[in-house]
Design a protein around this ligand. Structure first.
Ligand code: URA
Length: 201
């Protein structure tokens, strides 16, 4: 049984291993009409305990980069590919990712963001449905089709990468700054036919 209202899951038992390892389901946070939607991999221990994505060390890196770029964490939407903590922080398995895909796609369509930012390899590959060399492709824009809509997507390294590899810090902060600039400019500079100007960047 599962209950999903288009943005939040309140009941789900699709993944037996995750049902066993989770304390709670961790839904996305932030405005339901946010301009930017960040997508991470899945909850870790802190997220599982607090019921909110990106509240541990990775969350601090993301929150700080957003502030440096001129927006507050509360102004963006942040979610994950899977909403339950995998055991021992392992990567979510293919079946778990696919079990949770309906919720992710539903959230994307409800929020209908100007820009999607995938944080790290797992979410980039999952959302794009192809293999991604994330360090090489970080900072690149690609289009992704979700339902009837095509969204611009910006590939980013995971914020945790900046904690174990200092050289990733610049790549990460530059990507987040780019995301904020683009989302702000597409919101304020819609053309007469409603098309965004993302193609100019
Ligand atoms: N890493 C993720 O990918 N998601 C979180 O929510 C926290 C850490």
């Amino acid at each position: 049984m599962s209950t999903f209202d288009g943005i939040c899951v309140t009941d789900c038992e699709r993944c037996p291993a995750l049902v066993d390892s989770r304390t709670q389901i961790v839904n996305g946070v932030g405005p339901e009409d946010a301009d930017i939607l960040f997508i991470g991999e899945g909850p870790g221990a802190n997220e599982d305990a607090q019921g909110e994505p990106f509240v541990g060390r990775s969350g601090t890196v993301l929150t700080d980069a957003l502030i440096d770029a001129g927006v507050l964490r509360d102004e963006v939407r942040i979610t994950n590919c899977v909403r339950c903590r995998p055991p021992e922080n392992r990567d979510p398995q293919t079946e778990e990712l696919s079990n949770c895909r309906e919720y992710l796609d539903g959230e994307i369509q409800t929020v209908d963001p100007e820009l999607i930012v995938t944080l790290g390899k797992v979410p980039s590959q999952h959302v794009l449905g192809r293999s991604v060399a994330v360090t090489k492709e970080a900072g690149s824009f690609v289009d992704v089709r979700i339902g009837e809509q095509t969204y611009p997507l910006l590939i980013s390294v995971h914020p945790a990468a900046t904690l174990y590899d200092r050289s990733q810090r610049k790549t990460f902060t530059e990507t987040i700054t780019k995301a904020v600039e683009i989302a702000q400019s597409t919101t304020s500079e819609q053309t007469g036919n409603g098309q965004s100007r993302l193609g100019e960047f």
